[in-house]
Design a protein around this ligand. Sequence first.
Ligand code: GRF
Length: 197
Amino acid sequence: MQKIAIFASGNGSNAQHIIEYFTGSDKVDPALVLCNKPDAFVLTRAEKLGIPTILFNREEFFDSDAVMVTLAQHRIEYLILAGFLWLIPKNLIKLYAGKIINIHPALLPRHGGKGMYGMKVHEAVIAAGELESGITIHFVNECYDEGEIIFQARCPVLPSDTPERLAEKIHSLEYRWYPEVIESIVLGNPLPGSRSL
Ligand code: GRF
């Protein structure tokens, strides 16, 4: 059984889909949800689904080994970022080299980087006049949104799309693909290339 930990800072709808996807699996165990915001809805979701949660603050994350020790105690093999807004510190990147995965709600390398999250991304995509957007699932390194790309899926951006409507389309792609791509990486069967919907 491969244990994964999900890191999230907010709503946690992706976290919920990932947990539900792996519930009952005998290969991948969504063992832990880690969060840096005491009022994040992801904590409520995880509790309802019976997944232990760990809350940590800035100092514990960046200036101590507390999170690393917790991950080791739970024998976590992969870190899955799902709307987690802090940069991952170097000690964790080193310890989990090639084993930290993030999802970004646009087609990287466009519309990524520090401060590009949530509706800001969809607003930027529309403002740039992009004809398509999508999701990028990638490995995590020391820089925001710059790790090796694992998988992309696309959707058209229509002239009538608002940032809110685009966000809905992107969320559907995320729910459709993120759990499956995580499974393929954790079990060592990479999915072929990128997809269009
Ligand atoms: C998702 O759009 C994801 O791509 C991004 O943050 C958002 C999180 O949404 N990294 P939710 O908290 O999973 O609902």
